[in-house]
Design a protein around this ligand. Sequence first.
Ligand code: IVH
Length: 716
Amino acid sequence: MLFENRIAQLREDLERHNRLYYQEATPEISDLEYDKLFRELEDLEKAHPNLYDPNSPTQRVGGAPLDAFEQREHLLPMLSIDDLFAKEEVADFHKRLHKSLGEAPIPLTVEPKIDGVACSLVYRNGSLDYAVTRGDGTRGDDITANVRTIRAVPLMLPKDKAPALLEVRGEIFMPSQGFAKLNEQRDEEGLATFANPRNATAGSLKSLDSKKVAERPLSFIAHGLGANEGADLNSEEDFRALLKEFDFPLNLPLWHVDSLDALLDAIRELDTARHELAYGTDGAVVKVVDFAQRETLGFTSRAPRWAAAFKYPPEQKETLLKEITIQVGRTGVLTPVAELAPVFVSGTTVSRATLHNQEEIERKDIRLGDTVVIEKAGEIIPSIVKVVSDKRKPDSTAYHLPTVLNRQCPSCHGPIEQQPGFVAWRCVNFACPAQAVTRITHFAQRKGLDLDGLGDSVSIKLVETGLASSPLELFTLTVDDLANLMLDPAKSSDGLTVSKERRFGEKRAETLLASLKRAKEEMPLHRWLFAMGISQVGESGARELARLHEKLTDLAGSEIISDLADLPDFEELLKSKRKKENHPRLKQFQIDDNLGPVAAQNIRSFFSSEAGQTVLQRLDELGINPKSDNFAPDPSTTEDLPLAGKTFVVTGSLSAPRPEFKKIIESHGGKVSGSISAKTDYLLAGEGGGSKRTKAESLQVPILNEEDLQELLGEA
Ligand code: IVH
């Protein structure tokens, strides 16, 4: 098969498997097979850059960060919707419909109002052209790069059936589980948590770095039709049939009603049903089904007359805070949890709520024995809103986590610490059993040592069965140990489908052992350093360490690390940079956010701790001493490269695909951004490139053609 056809086929297949996996939870192929197809496509695309397509499934991981979002005008205004707060208001709305449309029953639908961020998706000839936020209703932010990372958004529609132009509107949101996990993760990292899923969604979409957005668990559900050229649609039913054909996630459950009584029943039923949904909802949207009737009803200046949203009141309840327990997170973070007298709120009985951290407890002045007001953030996650202060007992005292714990981890009784700049208290014992599972999954992840088939569920089982309680114990596992491991039944992401208990099996055992062998023999130092999971040592920090150390054992007692750890004021250092340049050893460091004194302190204390010494000894016994593959103690700076410090935007059609030009610019020290701002140094423009050219002109950004670029590179 011609590679062109093969690429098209792979793109279509991968999108389908994507959907089966993420939306329908009925995958037809294994993760391994999916990865294989994905890599084949990646390789083909690399070999044929002229066939680049921003809507290829390979692009879902995000691209280069933008300087700013461009503004885009909506094809049709994106209106708001009128809110209804009581039964009487629903009756009035219904009466108004009949006043315009006559006596005959009016078919209506009732569906959940999803608590997210509205977005318009514009498809031209079956390909996602752009995505825009609602903005002021007339124009919004172009968030296409971010939206491409959302698995639930189809990037391509079946070409033979797609209309010339189709605008699908809907809600981008964060499912409850993903939201809870994200906040947990932020607690662990000592970052501020999001108040509710909508804030988390809006915050995520505001990021200019689509690679970061790709890591956020965002989803999409379609709920409205915008512009349309070429599809014959006459009712909500027609529209839904089209959405279904094109694999958009539909908004369910759905009620069809044609009387006021039935409408009120549906609104009541949805109030119960919505608590079963995997995401937050805050109302019921009522819509007239027939498009001709919608047209008769028309719009007010801000909202259509053919739709309305009944808002369910957020529920708040008072209850007693009986106790505060401390959870040891999988990375050692200590999270205080409120143990409450059980109360029924928004559909479920609540008896626990996270208190996040000591700072949060102080901010709300929460004390044992207090009466507290609770609600569900985004109708999902129980949280304490405030203390009812006049019900406080006179003898109550402020809560102080480290004092209550006597500065000991409740799991291993090791020391706990609060590092400067972080809100969380953390158990710093590397051998703490509460952290075993995360240590193993972190060790095994793709960015770590990339151990095939070793995810969460397998790690949990390894720890539970006692086969491994730390990463290095993986290296002594046998095929038999692994093959006989019984895994829990798998649950799909929507929690609906459950498979049988599964045996790990010989085949997977052998694959995993092979990747352990590869980790032992081939994985470079920086991957090992990241995999070891020392707090604050990320991928780039690990790479920087590997640039300055030849092999793992060189890090123990390293003077460079010690010097960095002892720097008194990192912020100052970043600001002045002078101290660094005058420092005998530190001047070779590229000190930035990736590797600072806190990371260095953690590395130093790890290697000098008992746990660290045990790790070094075990590595020695196993014959493992990972080597750096980027050892170069003298920093090769990009400072003398011709395009150093210059930011480019590329537009129009050039003699090669844009990614090629991006490579050229970057290899000469420049940066490429997606949109023009005052900070842009040059616009590289081929033929066309209309709106960017106009913008560059208005901002007086110099416009280059390919020859100008060559000249700039000194290659005329
Ligand atoms: S229909 C012309 N249906 O609520 C307005 N909107 O609309 C038609 N929203 O921010 C809107 N769930 O994004 C509609 N099932 C649903 C919805 C929904 C959430 C949001 C929408 C907008 C706001 C008002």
